[in-house]
Structure formats: C-alpha cells, structure tokens
Design a protein around this ligand. Structure first.
Ligand code: ADP
Ligand code: MG
Length: 229
C-alpha cells in the first residue's frame, strides 16, 4: 500500500527579489514497509521534500498524499490532525523538550492524541525498552548523551504507531558508533513493526542501510533505485 505520494511538486521560496526553486517537479511514491534514503548534496531539496511529506509545509504547485488523503485539500486543522496521528519525526538536533524527562518526551505525542493512561504507559515503556534505554527513563535530555537523546527521539517518533517516520539527517550530530546504534535501531524497528521510514542523509555509512535510495539534485529526483511500480 502507498503511504505517501508526491506528484509534480514544486516549492519556491521568495525572499525579496530572490526566488529559490527548492523543488522543481518531484514525483515520488513510497509503499508501506519501505526503508528509503533521500540523498543528494546540501541544498538539493531533501529537507524541503521531507517538510512537504510531513505536512509541515505545502507545495507551491503539485500534490502531496498521506494514506491517500491530499494535503492541499485539507484544512489547516485537518492537516495537523493527520500529521499527529500518522507521522513521526526525527530531527538532526534531536528536538527533545529539555524540561521533560525521557519518559515524558516519549509520552507527549500520545497525550496529544488522547491515548488513555494505561495504554500510554505500556506503549511508552515498550518503546523506551525497544531503544535500550529503560534505565534512563527519568533522565532529562541534558543528562543524556547525544546518541541516547536521538534514541529517545526515535522512541517518541514511533510511540504513536505512525504510518510513516521521517528522519532528517538523523546521525549528522553523532559520532560513528552512536550513529550506527541509531541506524541499527531504526532498521530493527522497520523490520519488526513494518513501519515505513524515509530518512535524508549524505553520509555513505547511513546510505548503506537503505533498501531504496532516491537521489535529489537541484530540486529534482535524478536517480531512484527502487521506484514503486
Ligand atoms: P537540503 O536539505 O538538501 O540541504 P533544502 O531543502 O534545505 O536542501 O534546501 C533546498 C534549497 O531551498 C536551498 O537552496 C535552500 O537555500 C532553499 N530553502 C530552503 N528552505 C528555505 C526557506 N525557508 N526560505 C528560503 N529558501 C529556502
Ligand atoms: Mg537538509
């Protein structure tokens, strides 16, 4: 099944007289269970494309579908609901809330989705265990290493049982060993739960984890080794 589809998407940014064509007609379809890397040099449009797929931004023209629903056809509130129920995010700088414990950070998306306490507790505990950090549950982010923070961010992204997880340069701020741990966990969760991942990277060590590699250049897809039929 198709989790997301992007058709003829463009995204222009205008700052004063200067217009940047960040995406110039992108077509991409990703099926359930894929583990797909979005690669390409800095400025090629990876983040812009993830933002469109994540319903954090809208295309200048073209369409973005999540589970068959088209983003521009939805109201702002409908888009926000669809996002919080179906999409998990992992960012380069972890983006945990500094005043909350690891446990509370993982719990937050479940609170926002109105999940009841007992169910919340079992899901949060299971996710924190899945990323190997049960003994760090009550630590705040500043009491965790970068690698541990990113593993908590992975647990947070997965806690809602999303259709799709988007990760933008998830290992860019980690050393080799911690980057490997984070990728190993993402791969394990993909294989065990079948959740779809799309991750942007330009690190060759990360690219080699991907089942499918989609290459962007100057806002266009120039190569795709696993195009969905
Ligand atoms: P990547 O993630 O591959 O490095 P981006 O998607 O961040 O690439 O950027 C693609 C292009 O769009 C770049 O030229 C960048 O400067 C431009 N761009 C991205 N976001 C904005 C923005 N909010 N305002 C203006 N230009 C932007
Ligand atoms: Mg980027």
């Amino acid at each position: 099944m198709e989790v997301t589809k992007v058709t003829n998407a463009t995204r222009n940014f205008k700052i004063g007289e200067l217009e940047t064509h960040a995406l110039r007609g992108v077509n991409l379809s990703v099926n359930t269970g894929e583990f797909t890397a979005l690669v390409g040099p800095s400025g090629s449009g990876k983040t812009t494309l993830l933002q469109l797929i994540g319903l954090l931004d809208l295309p200048t023209s073209g369409q973005v579908f999540i589970n068959g629903r088209e983003a521009t056809g939805l109201s702002r509130d409908q888009r926000a609901d669809l996002r919080k129920q179906t999409i998990g995010f992992i960012f380069q700088f972890f983006a945990l809330i500094p005043t909350l414990t690891a446990y509370e950070n993982v719990e937050l998306p479940l609170l926002l989705n109105g999940i009841k306490p007992a169910e919340r507790h079992s899901r949060v505990s299971a996710m924190i265990e899945a990323v190997g950090l049960s003994d760090r549950s009550h630590h705040r982010p500043d009491q965790l290493s970068g690698g541990e923070q990113q593993r908590i961010a992975v647990a947070r992204a997965l806690s809602i049982k999303p259709s799709l997880v988007l990760a933008d340069e998830p290992t860019a701020n980690l050393d080799t060993e911690n980057g490997k741990q984070v990728m190993d966990i993402m791969q394990k969760l993909n294989r065990e739960t079948g959740v779809t991942f799309i991750f942007a990277t330009h690190d060759p060590r990360v690219i080699k984890y991907a089942q499918r590699v989609v290459t962007l250049r100057d806002g266009m897809i120039v190569d795709d080794n696993g195009k969905s039929k």
